[in-house]
Design a protein around this ligand. Structure first.
Ligand code: B12
Length: 487
């Protein structure tokens, strides 16, 4: 039997269908005996895994690991399994081992790390464990050889989603995953592509997958969504693709196909691409149920955007602030503030830019994070390699300091003065109070009103220093922060 383990990543209310293990389950279905254990629904995943190991001949424990709290949860369970059932081989896959294969293999309790797309690598790893092929022959695999040396095989070229079967949703208690959100009462998730063709200096996607994006056919996206609607009563969906929209023709076809499903949905897109779309396409997107679009605006400085290789301009962000307002779609603009080259100037210009966006479209949701580098396949932008020494094991990544780094709470970046960090954090508190996110469906109306009233004078007079009263009020109301939904 193969065990697929998805360690706990979020609070129960933010639980979502675990797409990574579902994608792996799809290639095991009807071919291998397997079980999925998800720490987001199972309060005692260690006990469940041990029970399964004792009952079946378990050939492999596959663990899906994103950087952050999910990594720490996976680490704890795997350590125990190695201690209590040392005969079970353990493989980690997902963004953590893809970006940090060396740190992954430094853990005694991990035997293999799968980098990038995992379906074929998992099947080939099973063959190798059964003596049917060599470990050297498996693309995308990192492993320890018989002398304990780390071996990193060549990258695996990516296949498009259509090359693999559908997710076997019936293997999970789907109703537990369709949670209420701003978008609906039963919100599903879907990934209609894989990878990203862009090369932003701070992002982990091309570090894990290289620089291509492959799309699912619109027919298949429609069919999967229809299944989620008809079989599980999903009424809304979050698309997790890095770029839900690339070619305008593809977007139009997909919109025409999904409009009849009457879903309300959220997706991620780019301002450069969408600012070129026609008004008719924007309307088709709205008619198809698009409610909110997340845009990585990243900075209010064109020089910083160029430095980060983002490939967009501030003008395009402003265009999309206006066009989304006209179309009746809420834009969510995310910023990574404090560029290593000139963090003070970037911060100053970005804060002023956010104020400009709010004037054009006050409904814009704003996400502010510190610029946080992610190790890349090549050298890192901003000479970060010389300035930060990254952890060398999962245990070190799980320390508070590095958890704060991963969660972009405090990157402790050597280029950032404390004064600048404080300014960014205080500004974020003031903006989040002046416009409490619509995505927090639990925040009471009086709470929103209180925050708006308390913060109005600060925003008007640009006085962001020491907003203690707002911190207290946000805590009292327990205001949710979009994109910071971890434990
Ligand atoms: C969904 C998602 C989430 C969800 C949770 C998902 C979950 N694991 O439960 C939420 C919203 C909670 C979330 C939170 C965070 N996320 Co997130 N998230 C994503 C997102 C949008 C999609 C991931 C996904 O489902 N992909 C679809 C599946 C099918 O692909 P996959 O995960 O890559 O899986 C494939 C392979 O990796 C591999 N594989 C995966 N697992 C395994 C296991 C085995 C055994 C094998 C063999 C293979 C294998 O095979 C799979 C199929 O090919 C990605 C961006 C993206 N579009 O990829 C960011 C992303 C992964 N997140 C990221 C980050 C940073 C975070 C946060 C730290 C953000 C924050 N500031 O809080 C938190 C921390 C989460 C935590 N608590 O640990 C980064 C990670 C890279 C980095 N820079 O470190 C990404 C890449 C976003 C980005 N552009 O930077 N996230």
């Amino acid at each position: 039997m193969i065990l697929l383990f998805h360690p706990r990543a979020v609070k129960p209310r933010s639980r979502r269908l675990p797409l990574a293990v579902l994608a792996l389950a799809a290639v095991l279905e009807d071919r291998e005996e397997y079980e999925i254990v998800d720490g987001n629904v199972d309060d005692d995943p260690l006990g469940t895994l041990l029970g399964l190991i004792d009952k079946h001949r378990v050939e492999l424990l596959g663990v899906s690991v994103m950087p952050g709290p999910q990594m720490a949860a996976g680490m704890e369970v795997c350590r125990e399994i190695r201690k209590l059932r040392p005969h079970v081989p353990i493989v980690w896959g997902g963004y953590f081992p893809s970006i940090y294969p060396e740190a992954t293999l430094n853990a005694k309790y991990i035997d293999f790390a799968v980098r990038g797309q995992g379906e074929d690598t998992l099947l080939e790893l099973l063959e190798a464990l059964r003596g049917e092929r060599t470990f050297e022959s498996i693309l995308g695999l990192s492993y320890k050889d018989q002398f304990g040396f780390h071996r990193n095989n060549a990258e695996r070229p990516m296949k498009g989603p259509d090359a693999f079967p559908w997710s076997p949703f019936h293997r999970l208690p789907v109703e537990k995953y369709l949670r209420p959100s701003f978008f609906g009462k039963r919100t599903a998730v879907h990934h209609a592509s894989i990878g990203c063709p862009f090369n932003c200096s701070f992002c982990g996607v091309h570090a894990a997958y290289g620089r291509t994006e492959k799309f699912e056919s619109p027919e298949r996206t429609e069919a999967i969504l229809r299944h989620l609607v008809e079989r599980y009563n999903a009424d809304s969906v979050q698309f997790y693709d890095m770029n839900f929209f690339l070619s305008e023709d593809h977007a139009r076809e997909l919109m025409d196909r999904i409009a009849p499903l009457k879903l309300r949905w959220w997706c991620e897109a780019r301002v450069d691409i969408m600012s070129r779309y026609s008004d008719e396409t924007m309307q088709a997107i709205r008619r198809a149920g698009c409610t909110m679009i997340f845009f990585g605006a990243e900075s209010g400085s064109d020089w910083a955007l160029k430095e980060m290789q983002k490939g967009i301009t501030t003008e395009q962000t402003l265009i999309m602030a206006r066009r989304t307002r006209e179309a009746g779609i809420i834009p969510e603009f995310s910023f990574v503030v404090g560029n290593p080259k000139d963090p003070e100037r970037d911060t100053r210009e970005t804060l002023a830019f956010i104020r400009k966006i709010k004037r054009i479209n006050p409904d814009s949701e704003i996400i502010i994070q510190h610029y946080t580098p992610t190790p890349q396949r090549g050298s890192m932008y901003g000479d970060v390699d010389d300035k930060i020494s990254f952890p060398t094991s999962p245990g070190e990544w799980a320390e508070k300091k590095w958890m704060d780094f991963t969660l972009r709470i405090d990157t402790r970046a050597p280029w950032m003065k404390d004064k600048t960090k404080r300014l960014i954090d205080n500004f974020e508190i003031v903006v989040a109070s002046r416009w409490p996110t619509v995505q927090d469906i639990r925040a009471p109306r009086w709470g929103r009103y209180l925050l708006q009233t308390l913060s109005a004078w600060r925003y008007t007079f640009r006085f962001y220093t020491a907003p203690h009263e707002l911190v207290l009020a946000q805590r009292f109301i327990d205001l949710r922060k979009p994109k910071r939904e971890s434990l």
